[in-house]
Design a protein around this ligand. Structure first.
Ligand SMILES: [Zn+2]
Length: 89
């Protein structure tokens, strides 16, 4: 994941993220523009699904049969996370 400023194109180091409410926030080191919130964790089970009948659920909260299905699709990082999650069970 690259955190790049949309205003001046500077790339920010995720290690400079600071706590902002419940999240870790990254600002541009050059111009101070807000860039992004850091993904909360790299735990694939924490990834929240925004589509389908399990919309709003974390991968770890979905039935295993659904996670298996997800792992066999080609839905960008969701399928990759599902594969990782299943491998770690
Ligand atoms: Zn900037």
């Amino acid at each position: 994941m690259i955190y790049q400023c949309s205003r001046c194109n500077t790339i920010a180091d995720p290690a400079t993220a600071y706590k902002s409410g419940p999240h870790m926030r990254i600002d541009c080191p050059a111009c101070g523009e807000y860039i992004s919130f850091l993904r909360k964790s790299d735990d694939p089970g924490e990834l929240v699904i925004y589509f389908g009948k399990f919309r709003g659920k974390k991968i770890s909260e979905c039935p295993k049969i659904y996670i298996t299905w997800l792992s066999q699709q080609n839905i960008r990082r969701y399928s990759a996370a599902a594969i990782e999650y299943l491998a770690a069970l």
